[in-house]
Ligand binder design. Structure first.
Ligand code: SF4
Length: 239
């Protein structure tokens, strides 16, 4: 399978099938903590990195071969190797995946393109959007996410605020915290203010535990993570 991974059973989503929208990693970030490693370049052009036809063909074949799991499927999740909103077929894929699986749709995005109204529109039919926001000052942003030069932090933040206004489904905002990069008390306070503006349904705090793109990327200490969770209030949880 080139585009399908899983299914994965989780407490929150139930049985969820993942869809990659490219065969290799295609992303406009090069995060230091990326579990796929670094490919040494970033992509900002939006196009059909994997075709609608190929992805749907594979999904139909999986459904045919796994009738029992197909019945139990609760979510189809768009994420995978890189950034799904870079694929221009995303909106049609959301419609078709819902139609042929009868499942709910989740989109996991790094938020980089949310400043573009057309990109926001392309994901409005999802049931759950899991956008990420790791940094709100330019230095931490450059250090942790290593964005393509065309990606603008202000557009990410305003895009997230606009998404909240336009999207009636659930938004679970994910924040990846890396020791010594974006976990200073000053940055955490700035982040808190921005997140209050975005007003997500949940704030998911994460810290790298798996292999990362760069060496010496350390998770934030448990006690500190717990303090940050408390500071962020009742919507925050450590995942
Ligand atoms: S946004 Fe996701 S896929 Fe892209 S580099 Fe960061 S962790 Fe990897």
């Amino acid at each position: 399978m080139n585009y399908i991974y899983g299914p994965i059973k989780s407490r929150r989503l139930g049985l969820s099938l993942g869809l990659n929208l490219s065969r290799d990693k295609v992303c406009d970030f090069d995060c230091v903590y990326c579990q796929w490693g670094s490919v040494g370049k970033t992509f900002l052009e939006r196009k059909e990195y994997a075709s609608f036809a190929d992805i749907i063909r594979e999904l139909k074949s999986w459904l045919r071969d796994h009738p029992r799991e197909a019945k139990e499927l609760k979510f189809v999740t768009f994420s995978g190797y890189g950034e799904p909103t870079l694929n221009t077929a995303l909106e049609d894929l959301i419609d078709e995946a819902r139609k042929i699986t009868g499942s709910k749709i989740a989109v996991i995005t790094n938020s980089t393109l949310l400043g573009d109204p057309a990109v926001r529109k392309s994901i409005l039919k999802a049931d759950l959007i899991v956008p990420s926001l790791d940094a709100v000052d330019p230095e931490s942003f450059a250090k942790i996410d290593r964005p393509h030069p065309g990606v603008k932090l202000e557009e990410i933040i305003e895009g997230l605020v606009a998404l909240r206004r336009e999207f009636s489904g659930l938004i679970w905002l994910e924040v990846m915290l890396v020791r010594g990069i974006n976990d200073s008390p000053e940055h955490i306070l700035k982040l808190k203010k921005v997140i209050e503006r975005i007003n997500p349904d949940k704030i998911q705090l994460n810290s790298p535990v798996r292999a990362t793109a760069e060496k010496n990327i350390l998770p934030v200490e448990k006690e500190k993570l717990e303090e940050i969770r408390k500071l962020f209030g009742g919507k925050a949880e450590i995942i």
